[in-house]
Structure formats: structure tokens, C-alpha cells
Design a protein around this ligand. Sequence first.
Ligand code: NI
Length: 259
Amino acid sequence: MIMQLFDSHCHLDDEKFDLDRAEAIARMREAGVTRCTCVGSDLPSSRRCLDLAQQYDFIYAAAGVHPHEAKDAPADYLEQLKALLAQPKCVALGEIGLDYYYDFSPRDIQKQVFSEQLELAWQLDVPVILHIRDAHGDAYDMLRARADRLPQGVIHCCSASAELVREYIKMGFYVSFAGPITFKKAASVVSASQTVPLERLLIETDSPYLTPVPLRGQRNEPAYVRYVLEKQAEVHGVSAEELAQITTQNAMRLYRIPA
Ligand code: NI
């Protein structure tokens, strides 16, 4: 069987691809990664993602303001996001969330920008891509507080405990894992992943970051999503072929991409 993989979260717009973007995209296709979603972290990067999506029919875009960039969001950022999300190839609002590990933006501003974008996603009925790092307590409270106005979405590069993952699943979210599941000290990520039903599981690279084993130390790229797939297949006790098909279908469903 020929595998078709979907890298549900990458940053092909990143400057680390400036010297060989077309080659990385070609390698992705050769590796059987037939689709990917290029995820924005601020308005300029969201625009670059959309440009790529308009250039390549198998690339999709997400537009959003990352918690790191929350403090620099212009006053009209919601209007600008709305315009980007009106484009057919822009399939999600993200990445958005809370990051208390780096605290690059003050926490009250992170929360405000996260909350406003959740509301926009709800109003526009588009899925969200959630980045939550060392902030699962506040993020979970914010999501639960708006349980009746909660957009669909995915917990990307999930670092939550198995217990919390179960709660996110109950809220209807998909859960995605990246390279860290292949790392040596991955026991907690592995046990969190095991609580995710297969129909809610996604795979991603988050490239150029989080390169999976055995390529750790190099720049990551979408072609390497198969290492995440293979590890997940092992964790869930299914074949890589089967999991490729399932995770691709899941990504298509989340991002509402017609088959
Ligand atoms: Ni990312």
C-alpha cells in the first residue's frame, strides 16, 4: 500500500527554509507526505503561509497570532485575521494559546488575545490550532468557561498529562504529537498519546523545530513526519500504513478538506 501522510502542522514559511524551500517541498512529496498545513504565528507569517498554500495545491494555511507575538498584535488584528480566513486555502485559526514557559508576552495579554481569537473562530466556525506550554491549568479553565461557544480544534505538539488529554478529548479536540514522542525521555508523552482514540490522533513535524529521532540535531522538515508516524504506530499497536490512513483522514476532517 502506498502511504499518504498529512503533516498537520509545519512552518514552511520559516526563514530556515529560505535557501531550499522548493527542495524541502519536493522531498516532502517524495516521502509520501501528500499534504501539510503551514501554520502562522503572527500576521506576516500567516500571509506567507497563505502565499505558499496558493502556490501549491497540496499545502494548506492557518492564520493566527501565537502567544509569543500576542504583545505585538496590531489593534485591528482580528479584522486582518478575518480577511485571511475568508480565503479558501486558509483552513484554520492558529496557532493560538498560552505559553508560560517563555512568557514572551505578559500573561494577561496572552489570555486576552487567546480569548479574542477563540471567539473569532467560534463566530466564523473555523477550527483552531492550540499551542499550550506550561499553561494547561489556565488554558483548560478558559476553554471550559466557554464550553457552549467552543470551536473545534487540535491540541498541537501536546505536552499535557494523560489525565488532561482525556479532558481535551471530552471537549471534542483532536490531539497532535510531534518529534518529542520519539525522544528517549518520552514516557509521559507516550502515555498521554495512548489515551487518545485513533480517530482523534494527528501527526505533525512542527518543522523546522523538534526534529524526531534519528535525525535530532538537524533542521526538521515535513518529509520527516514519517518518524512520528512510525513511533505512534508502535505506541498504538497498529501498522504504519493503517495509522497513515487514519491520521490523514482525521486531518482532512479537522481542516474540512474535501477528499
Ligand atoms: Ni508550531
